[in-house]
Design a protein around this ligand. Structure first.
Ligand code: UD1
Length: 420
Protein backbone atom coordinates (compact mmCIF):
# COMPACT_ATOMS: atom_id res chain seq x y z
CA UNK A 1 0.00 0.00 0.00
CA UNK A 2 1.22 3.53 -0.77
CA UNK A 3 1.46 6.44 1.63
CA UNK A 4 2.22 10.13 1.09
CA UNK A 5 5.02 11.91 2.91
CA UNK A 6 4.54 15.67 3.03
CA UNK A 7 6.93 18.31 4.35
CA UNK A 8 4.82 21.24 5.46
CA UNK A 9 5.31 24.98 5.12
CA UNK A 10 6.11 25.40 1.41
CA UNK A 11 4.29 28.27 -0.30
CA UNK A 12 2.55 27.43 -3.55
CA UNK A 13 2.85 29.34 -6.77
CA UNK A 14 2.12 28.85 -10.47
CA UNK A 15 -0.44 27.12 -12.68
CA UNK A 16 -2.38 23.91 -12.26
CA UNK A 17 -4.45 22.20 -14.95
CA UNK A 18 -7.73 20.81 -13.69
CA UNK A 19 -8.65 17.35 -15.01
CA UNK A 20 -11.94 16.07 -16.36
CA UNK A 21 -14.65 15.45 -13.81
CA UNK A 22 -14.80 11.96 -12.29
CA UNK A 23 -18.45 12.38 -11.35
CA UNK A 24 -19.35 13.43 -14.90
CA UNK A 25 -17.26 10.62 -16.41
CA UNK A 26 -18.91 7.74 -14.52
CA UNK A 27 -22.54 8.26 -15.67
CA UNK A 28 -21.33 9.05 -19.17
CA UNK A 29 -19.33 5.81 -19.28
CA UNK A 30 -22.49 4.04 -18.21
CA UNK A 31 -24.48 5.82 -20.92
CA UNK A 32 -22.34 3.99 -23.51
CA UNK A 33 -24.59 1.00 -22.69
CA UNK A 34 -27.43 2.88 -24.41
CA UNK A 35 -25.58 3.22 -27.72
CA UNK A 36 -25.12 1.18 -30.87
CA UNK A 37 -22.01 3.00 -32.06
CA UNK A 38 -18.41 3.19 -30.90
CA UNK A 39 -18.19 6.27 -28.68
CA UNK A 40 -15.16 8.53 -28.37
CA UNK A 41 -14.73 10.28 -25.04
CA UNK A 42 -12.02 12.85 -24.36
CA UNK A 43 -10.73 14.56 -21.20
CA UNK A 44 -11.37 11.55 -18.98
CA UNK A 45 -9.45 11.79 -15.71
CA UNK A 46 -6.89 9.02 -15.26
CA UNK A 47 -8.15 7.94 -11.83
CA UNK A 48 -8.91 4.54 -10.34
CA UNK A 49 -12.72 4.96 -10.40
CA UNK A 50 -12.69 5.62 -14.15
CA UNK A 51 -10.47 2.57 -14.76
CA UNK A 52 -12.73 0.47 -12.53
CA UNK A 53 -15.81 1.60 -14.46
CA UNK A 54 -14.16 0.73 -17.77
CA UNK A 55 -13.28 -2.72 -16.34
CA UNK A 56 -16.93 -3.14 -15.36
CA UNK A 57 -18.03 -2.31 -18.92
CA UNK A 58 -15.50 -4.82 -20.25
CA UNK A 59 -16.77 -7.50 -17.85
CA UNK A 60 -20.22 -6.90 -19.30
CA UNK A 61 -18.77 -7.52 -22.77
CA UNK A 62 -17.91 -4.02 -24.02
CA UNK A 63 -14.88 -3.34 -26.17
CA UNK A 64 -12.95 -0.47 -24.65
CA UNK A 65 -9.60 1.23 -24.95
CA UNK A 66 -8.36 3.97 -22.61
CA UNK A 67 -5.01 5.73 -22.87
CA UNK A 68 -5.38 7.80 -19.69
CA UNK A 69 -7.33 10.63 -21.34
CA UNK A 70 -9.23 9.31 -24.38
CA UNK A 71 -11.46 6.29 -24.48
CA UNK A 72 -13.21 4.45 -27.27
CA UNK A 73 -16.07 2.29 -26.10
CA UNK A 74 -18.43 0.03 -27.97
CA UNK A 75 -21.15 -1.88 -26.14
CA UNK A 76 -23.05 -3.42 -29.06
CA UNK A 77 -21.88 -6.94 -28.19
CA UNK A 78 -22.66 -6.70 -24.48
CA UNK A 79 -24.69 -9.71 -23.32
CA UNK A 80 -23.75 -10.03 -19.69
CA UNK A 81 -26.13 -8.13 -17.39
CA UNK A 82 -24.66 -8.90 -13.99
CA UNK A 83 -22.53 -6.31 -12.16
CA UNK A 84 -20.70 -8.42 -9.60
CA UNK A 85 -20.03 -7.68 -5.93
CA UNK A 86 -16.28 -7.56 -6.44
CA UNK A 87 -16.56 -4.42 -8.58
CA UNK A 88 -19.51 -2.75 -6.84
CA UNK A 89 -17.84 -3.00 -3.42
CA UNK A 90 -14.86 -1.08 -4.84
CA UNK A 91 -17.02 1.66 -6.34
CA UNK A 92 -20.58 2.48 -5.28
CA UNK A 93 -21.11 4.40 -8.52
CA UNK A 94 -21.34 0.98 -10.26
CA UNK A 95 -25.05 1.31 -9.43
CA UNK A 96 -25.13 3.60 -12.49
CA UNK A 97 -25.32 0.55 -14.78
CA UNK A 98 -28.69 -0.43 -13.30
CA UNK A 99 -30.85 1.98 -15.33
CA UNK A 100 -29.14 1.46 -18.72
CA UNK A 101 -28.87 -2.36 -18.42
CA UNK A 102 -32.50 -2.72 -17.39
CA UNK A 103 -33.73 -0.35 -20.10
CA UNK A 104 -31.73 -2.13 -22.81
CA UNK A 105 -32.02 -5.80 -21.88
CA UNK A 106 -35.24 -5.90 -19.84
CA UNK A 107 -33.38 -7.53 -16.93
CA UNK A 108 -30.19 -7.17 -14.92
CA UNK A 109 -28.59 -8.08 -11.62
CA UNK A 110 -26.48 -5.50 -9.82
CA UNK A 111 -24.80 -6.18 -6.52
CA UNK A 112 -26.27 -4.04 -3.78
CA UNK A 113 -23.70 -1.46 -2.66
CA UNK A 114 -23.07 -1.83 1.05
CA UNK A 115 -22.65 0.96 3.57
CA UNK A 116 -19.68 3.21 3.13
CA UNK A 117 -17.43 5.35 5.29
CA UNK A 118 -19.60 8.47 4.91
CA UNK A 119 -22.93 6.89 5.81
CA UNK A 120 -25.56 4.31 4.95
CA UNK A 121 -26.10 5.62 1.37
CA UNK A 122 -29.11 3.54 0.36
CA UNK A 123 -30.31 3.15 -3.25
CA UNK A 124 -34.02 2.85 -2.41
CA UNK A 125 -34.90 5.94 -4.45
CA UNK A 126 -33.29 4.47 -7.60
CA UNK A 127 -35.30 1.27 -7.12
CA UNK A 128 -38.64 2.97 -6.39
CA UNK A 129 -38.26 5.13 -9.49
CA UNK A 130 -37.55 2.09 -11.70
CA UNK A 131 -40.56 0.30 -10.19
CA UNK A 132 -42.66 3.31 -11.16
CA UNK A 133 -41.42 2.72 -14.71
CA UNK A 134 -42.75 -0.83 -14.60
CA UNK A 135 -39.76 -2.77 -13.28
CA UNK A 136 -40.15 -5.70 -10.92
CA UNK A 137 -37.38 -5.61 -8.38
CA UNK A 138 -36.33 -8.06 -5.72
CA UNK A 139 -33.24 -8.35 -3.56
CA UNK A 140 -31.68 -11.82 -3.60
CA UNK A 141 -28.38 -12.87 -2.06
CA UNK A 142 -27.11 -9.31 -1.97
CA UNK A 143 -28.10 -8.56 -5.57
CA UNK A 144 -30.73 -6.25 -7.00
CA UNK A 145 -32.67 -8.39 -9.47
CA UNK A 146 -34.56 -6.14 -11.84
CA UNK A 147 -36.97 -7.31 -14.54
CA UNK A 148 -38.97 -5.43 -17.15
CA UNK A 149 -39.65 -8.03 -19.86
CA UNK A 150 -41.76 -5.67 -21.95
CA UNK A 151 -39.37 -2.78 -21.51
CA UNK A 152 -39.58 0.20 -19.19
CA UNK A 153 -42.41 2.66 -19.68
CA UNK A 154 -42.36 6.41 -19.17
CA UNK A 155 -43.67 7.60 -15.81
CA UNK A 156 -43.77 10.56 -13.48
CA UNK A 157 -40.98 10.17 -10.94
CA UNK A 158 -41.08 12.48 -7.96
CA UNK A 159 -37.89 11.95 -5.96
CA UNK A 160 -38.54 12.25 -2.21
CA UNK A 161 -34.96 13.50 -1.84
CA UNK A 162 -32.55 14.92 -4.41
CA UNK A 163 -30.17 12.18 -5.51
CA UNK A 164 -27.42 12.70 -8.08
CA UNK A 165 -26.78 9.14 -9.25
CA UNK A 166 -30.48 8.34 -8.76
CA UNK A 167 -31.43 11.12 -11.18
CA UNK A 168 -28.72 9.95 -13.62
CA UNK A 169 -29.92 6.34 -13.50
CA UNK A 170 -33.49 7.39 -14.28
CA UNK A 171 -32.45 9.81 -17.05
CA UNK A 172 -30.62 6.93 -18.78
CA UNK A 173 -33.49 4.50 -18.22
CA UNK A 174 -35.99 7.05 -19.52
CA UNK A 175 -33.91 7.65 -22.65
CA UNK A 176 -34.67 4.11 -23.91
CA UNK A 177 -38.12 3.71 -22.30
CA UNK A 178 -41.48 3.63 -24.09
CA UNK A 179 -43.13 7.04 -23.85
CA UNK A 180 -42.43 10.16 -21.89
CA UNK A 181 -40.95 10.39 -18.39
CA UNK A 182 -41.09 13.35 -16.06
CA UNK A 183 -38.55 13.61 -13.26
CA UNK A 184 -39.51 15.96 -10.44
CA UNK A 185 -37.06 17.09 -7.75
CA UNK A 186 -34.22 16.08 -10.09
CA UNK A 187 -30.59 16.80 -9.22
CA UNK A 188 -29.18 19.64 -11.32
CA UNK A 189 -25.45 19.23 -10.73
CA UNK A 190 -23.30 20.15 -13.76
CA UNK A 191 -22.54 16.42 -14.14
CA UNK A 192 -26.27 15.69 -14.52
CA UNK A 193 -26.53 18.53 -17.03
CA UNK A 194 -23.69 17.08 -19.12
CA UNK A 195 -25.35 13.67 -19.18
CA UNK A 196 -28.55 15.32 -20.47
CA UNK A 197 -26.63 17.32 -23.07
CA UNK A 198 -24.81 14.27 -24.41
CA UNK A 199 -28.08 12.33 -24.66
CA UNK A 200 -29.68 15.34 -26.36
CA UNK A 201 -26.88 15.33 -28.93
CA UNK A 202 -27.73 11.66 -29.49
CA UNK A 203 -31.28 12.70 -30.41
CA UNK A 204 -33.07 12.14 -27.11
CA UNK A 205 -35.62 14.90 -26.50
CA UNK A 206 -35.06 16.34 -23.04
CA UNK A 207 -36.81 19.42 -21.71
CA UNK A 208 -35.78 21.35 -18.60
CA UNK A 209 -32.04 20.59 -18.69
CA UNK A 210 -30.38 22.30 -15.70
CA UNK A 211 -33.66 22.60 -13.76
CA UNK A 212 -35.15 20.23 -11.20
CA UNK A 213 -37.94 19.18 -13.55
CA UNK A 214 -36.92 17.08 -16.54
CA UNK A 215 -39.10 15.69 -19.30
CA UNK A 216 -37.58 12.91 -21.38
CA UNK A 217 -39.06 11.30 -24.48
CA UNK A 218 -37.94 7.68 -24.66
CA UNK A 219 -36.69 6.00 -27.84
CA UNK A 220 -39.01 2.95 -27.47
CA UNK A 221 -36.03 0.69 -26.93
CA UNK A 222 -34.06 1.82 -29.96
CA UNK A 223 -30.34 2.16 -29.21
CA UNK A 224 -28.78 5.63 -29.59
CA UNK A 225 -25.99 7.00 -31.73
CA UNK A 226 -23.85 9.06 -29.34
CA UNK A 227 -21.43 11.52 -30.99
CA UNK A 228 -17.92 12.15 -29.54
CA UNK A 229 -17.85 14.37 -26.45
CA UNK A 230 -15.43 15.91 -23.96
CA UNK A 231 -15.85 15.50 -20.20
CA UNK A 232 -16.37 18.78 -18.30
CA UNK A 233 -13.76 19.99 -15.87
CA UNK A 234 -13.77 18.69 -12.29
CA UNK A 235 -15.27 21.35 -10.02
CA UNK A 236 -14.34 19.37 -6.89
CA UNK A 237 -10.69 19.11 -7.92
CA UNK A 238 -10.77 22.85 -8.67
CA UNK A 239 -12.20 23.52 -5.19
CA UNK A 240 -9.49 21.36 -3.62
CA UNK A 241 -6.62 23.30 -5.32
CA UNK A 242 -8.27 26.60 -4.37
CA UNK A 243 -8.29 25.46 -0.74
CA UNK A 244 -4.65 24.35 -1.05
CA UNK A 245 -3.65 27.83 -2.25
CA UNK A 246 -5.85 29.48 0.38
CA UNK A 247 -4.47 27.47 3.32
CA UNK A 248 -0.93 28.38 2.18
CA UNK A 249 -1.97 32.02 1.56
CA UNK A 250 -0.49 31.59 -1.89
CA UNK A 251 -1.36 32.83 -5.35
CA UNK A 252 -2.08 30.11 -7.92
CA UNK A 253 -3.91 29.97 -11.25
CA UNK A 254 -6.31 27.20 -12.17
CA UNK A 255 -6.58 26.38 -15.86
CA UNK A 256 -9.26 24.47 -17.79
CA UNK A 257 -12.07 25.27 -15.38
CA UNK A 258 -15.65 26.44 -15.67
CA UNK A 259 -15.97 29.20 -13.06
CA UNK A 260 -19.78 29.07 -13.27
CA UNK A 261 -19.67 25.59 -11.72
CA UNK A 262 -17.73 26.75 -8.64
CA UNK A 263 -19.69 29.85 -7.65
CA UNK A 264 -20.69 28.48 -4.21
CA UNK A 265 -17.03 27.65 -3.50
CA UNK A 266 -15.81 31.06 -4.66
CA UNK A 267 -18.42 32.79 -2.51
CA UNK A 268 -17.09 31.04 0.60
CA UNK A 269 -13.49 31.87 -0.30
CA UNK A 270 -14.56 35.50 -0.57
CA UNK A 271 -16.18 35.21 2.85
CA UNK A 272 -12.79 33.95 4.08
CA UNK A 273 -11.19 37.12 2.65
CA UNK A 274 -9.80 35.85 -0.66
CA UNK A 275 -10.28 37.52 -3.99
CA UNK A 276 -10.00 36.04 -7.48
CA UNK A 277 -9.80 36.99 -11.13
CA UNK A 278 -11.47 34.97 -13.86
CA UNK A 279 -10.03 35.05 -17.35
CA UNK A 280 -11.93 32.73 -19.70
CA UNK A 281 -11.30 29.20 -18.46
CA UNK A 282 -8.59 30.30 -15.99
CA UNK A 283 -8.93 31.63 -12.48
CA UNK A 284 -6.29 33.29 -10.32
CA UNK A 285 -6.74 33.14 -6.56
CA UNK A 286 -5.42 36.21 -4.78
CA UNK A 287 -4.18 35.46 -1.28
CA UNK A 288 -5.45 37.16 1.82
CA UNK A 289 -3.19 38.13 4.74
CA UNK A 290 -5.88 37.16 7.20
CA UNK A 291 -8.19 34.19 6.79
CA UNK A 292 -11.66 35.10 8.07
CA UNK A 293 -13.88 32.48 9.71
CA UNK A 294 -16.54 30.87 7.54
CA UNK A 295 -20.02 29.45 7.90
CA UNK A 296 -20.92 26.64 5.56
CA UNK A 297 -23.98 24.43 5.13
CA UNK A 298 -23.65 21.75 2.48
CA UNK A 299 -26.48 21.49 -0.03
CA UNK A 300 -27.39 20.15 -3.42
CA UNK A 301 -26.17 22.14 -6.44
CA UNK A 302 -26.11 25.12 -6.79
CA UNK A 303 -25.49 25.07 -3.02
CA UNK A 304 -22.15 24.38 -1.37
CA UNK A 305 -20.92 20.87 -2.36
CA UNK A 306 -20.48 18.26 0.35
CA UNK A 307 -17.45 17.04 -1.64
CA UNK A 308 -15.39 20.13 -0.63
CA UNK A 309 -16.64 20.37 2.95
CA UNK A 310 -13.59 18.55 4.37
CA UNK A 311 -11.15 20.75 2.44
CA UNK A 312 -12.80 23.91 3.81
CA UNK A 313 -12.56 22.44 7.30
CA UNK A 314 -8.79 22.19 6.88
CA UNK A 315 -8.79 25.84 5.76
CA UNK A 316 -10.98 26.87 8.72
CA UNK A 317 -8.30 25.61 11.16
CA UNK A 318 -6.23 28.61 10.00
CA UNK A 319 -8.96 31.27 10.21
CA UNK A 320 -8.81 34.12 12.73
CA UNK A 321 -11.91 33.06 14.65
CA UNK A 322 -14.48 30.28 14.90
CA UNK A 323 -16.02 28.67 11.82
CA UNK A 324 -19.09 26.46 11.64
CA UNK A 325 -19.61 23.73 9.05
CA UNK A 326 -22.93 21.93 8.86
CA UNK A 327 -23.13 18.72 6.81
CA UNK A 328 -26.65 18.21 5.49
CA UNK A 329 -26.23 15.46 2.91
CA UNK A 330 -24.37 12.61 4.60
CA UNK A 331 -24.70 11.63 8.24
CA UNK A 332 -21.14 10.50 8.84
CA UNK A 333 -19.02 12.78 6.72
CA UNK A 334 -16.78 13.99 9.52
CA UNK A 335 -14.26 11.15 9.49
CA UNK A 336 -11.48 13.67 8.81
CA UNK A 337 -12.17 15.47 12.12
CA UNK A 338 -10.37 12.93 14.29
CA UNK A 339 -7.34 12.96 12.00
CA UNK A 340 -7.22 16.79 11.83
CA UNK A 341 -7.40 16.80 15.65
CA UNK A 342 -4.36 14.51 15.72
CA UNK A 343 -2.54 17.24 13.81
CA UNK A 344 -3.55 19.82 16.42
CA UNK A 345 -6.85 21.22 15.09
CA UNK A 346 -9.47 22.41 17.59
CA UNK A 347 -12.74 20.98 16.32
CA UNK A 348 -15.86 20.12 18.28
CA UNK A 349 -18.68 18.06 16.84
CA UNK A 350 -22.30 18.73 17.66
CA UNK A 351 -24.42 16.30 15.65
CA UNK A 352 -24.01 17.27 12.01
CA UNK A 353 -22.20 20.52 12.88
CA UNK A 354 -18.48 21.01 13.29
CA UNK A 355 -17.25 24.02 15.24
CA UNK A 356 -13.69 24.85 14.27
CA UNK A 357 -11.60 27.18 16.40
CA UNK A 358 -9.10 28.75 14.06
CA UNK A 359 -5.53 30.05 14.27
CA UNK A 360 -4.09 26.74 15.41
CA UNK A 361 -0.57 25.54 14.74
CA UNK A 362 -0.94 22.28 12.85
CA UNK A 363 1.83 19.79 13.48
CA UNK A 364 2.85 16.97 11.14
CA UNK A 365 1.71 13.50 12.25
CA UNK A 366 0.86 10.03 10.97
CA UNK A 367 -2.74 10.17 9.78
CA UNK A 368 -5.16 7.86 8.02
CA UNK A 369 -7.20 8.66 4.93
CA UNK A 370 -10.79 7.47 5.43
CA UNK A 371 -12.62 8.49 2.27
CA UNK A 372 -11.84 10.33 -0.93
CA UNK A 373 -12.48 13.94 0.09
CA UNK A 374 -11.45 13.46 3.74
CA UNK A 375 -8.06 12.39 2.39
CA UNK A 376 -7.61 15.59 0.44
CA UNK A 377 -8.35 17.62 3.60
CA UNK A 378 -5.45 15.81 5.27
CA UNK A 379 -3.17 16.70 2.37
CA UNK A 380 -4.11 20.38 2.75
CA UNK A 381 -3.53 20.30 6.51
CA UNK A 382 -0.16 18.62 5.92
CA UNK A 383 0.87 21.34 3.45
CA UNK A 384 0.32 23.90 6.21
CA UNK A 385 1.60 21.85 9.16
CA UNK A 386 4.94 22.32 10.81
CA UNK A 387 7.12 19.27 10.17
CA UNK A 388 6.41 16.06 8.32
CA UNK A 389 3.12 14.23 7.82
CA UNK A 390 2.58 10.71 6.57
CA UNK A 391 -0.87 10.04 5.13
CA UNK A 392 -1.69 6.34 5.04
CA UNK A 393 -4.32 4.48 2.97
CA UNK A 394 -4.14 6.94 0.11
CA UNK A 395 -5.87 4.53 -2.26
CA UNK A 396 -8.91 6.67 -1.40
CA UNK A 397 -7.18 9.68 -3.00
CA UNK A 398 -6.23 7.72 -6.09
CA UNK A 399 -9.90 6.95 -6.73
CA UNK A 400 -10.62 10.56 -7.60
CA UNK A 401 -7.51 12.78 -7.91
CA UNK A 402 -5.34 12.58 -10.99
CA UNK A 403 -1.59 12.88 -10.25
CA UNK A 404 -2.24 14.80 -7.04
CA UNK A 405 1.30 14.82 -5.70
CA UNK A 406 2.77 15.68 -9.11
CA UNK A 407 0.43 18.64 -9.53
CA UNK A 408 1.09 19.92 -6.00
CA UNK A 409 4.87 19.45 -6.33
CA UNK A 410 4.80 21.52 -9.53
CA UNK A 411 3.14 24.27 -7.50
CA UNK A 412 6.04 24.12 -5.01
CA UNK A 413 4.87 21.57 -2.42
CA UNK A 414 7.17 18.82 -1.14
CA UNK A 415 5.38 15.49 -1.39
CA UNK A 416 6.61 11.97 -1.98
CA UNK A 417 4.75 8.74 -2.52
CA UNK A 418 6.26 5.65 -0.89
CA UNK A 419 5.36 2.06 -0.08
CA UNK A 420 4.37 1.13 3.49
C1 UD1 B 1 -23.06 11.75 -5.70
C2 UD1 B 1 -21.59 11.95 -5.95
C3 UD1 B 1 -20.86 12.21 -4.63
C4 UD1 B 1 -21.51 13.36 -3.88
C5 UD1 B 1 -23.02 13.15 -3.77
C6 UD1 B 1 -23.72 14.36 -3.19
C7 UD1 B 1 -21.16 10.63 -7.93
C8 UD1 B 1 -20.54 9.40 -8.50
N1 UD1 B 1 -21.07 10.75 -6.60
O1 UD1 B 1 -23.22 10.59 -4.88
O2 UD1 B 1 -19.51 12.51 -4.92
O3 UD1 B 1 -20.96 13.46 -2.59
O4 UD1 B 1 -23.60 12.89 -5.05
O5 UD1 B 1 -23.48 15.49 -3.95
O6 UD1 B 1 -21.67 11.48 -8.63
N2 UD1 B 1 -30.18 8.78 -0.78
C9 UD1 B 1 -31.19 7.97 -0.32
N3 UD1 B 1 -31.69 7.00 -1.15
C10 UD1 B 1 -31.24 6.84 -2.43
C11 UD1 B 1 -30.21 7.67 -2.90
C12 UD1 B 1 -29.69 8.64 -2.05
O7 UD1 B 1 -31.62 8.10 0.83
O8 UD1 B 1 -31.74 5.95 -3.13
C13 UD1 B 1 -29.60 9.82 0.11
C14 UD1 B 1 -28.12 9.58 0.40
O9 UD1 B 1 -27.94 8.66 1.47
C15 UD1 B 1 -27.64 10.98 0.74
C16 UD1 B 1 -28.49 11.85 -0.20
O10 UD1 B 1 -29.60 11.05 -0.59
O11 UD1 B 1 -27.98 11.30 2.08
C17 UD1 B 1 -27.77 12.34 -1.44
O12 UD1 B 1 -27.11 11.25 -2.04
P1 UD1 B 1 -26.88 11.12 -3.61
O13 UD1 B 1 -27.09 12.44 -4.26
O14 UD1 B 1 -27.65 9.96 -4.10
O15 UD1 B 1 -25.33 10.76 -3.65
P2 UD1 B 1 -24.64 9.88 -4.75
O16 UD1 B 1 -25.40 10.03 -6.02
O17 UD1 B 1 -24.38 8.52 -4.21
Amino acid sequence: MDFLWIKGGRRLNGNVYISGSKNAALPLLSATLLAKNQIEISNLPNVVDVKTFISLLKMLGAEASFDGKYAKIETLRVQETRAIYDIVRKMRASILVLGPLLARFGHCEVSLPGGCAIGARPVDLHLKALEKMGAEISIQSGYINARAPLGLKGAVIDFAKITVTGTENIIMAAALAHGKSTILNAAREPEVVQLCEVLSCAGVQIQGIGTNELEIQGSDGELLEIPPFKIISDRIEAGTYLCAAAIMQSCITLNDINSLHIQAILQKLQQAGFDYKVNGDSLELIPSKVIQPIEITTAEYPGFPTDVQAQFMALATQAEGTSIIEERLFENRFMHVGELQRMGAYIELDGNKAIIKGACQLLGADVMATDLRASSALVLAALRAKGETRIHRIYHLDRGYERLEEKLNRLGAEIQRSKE
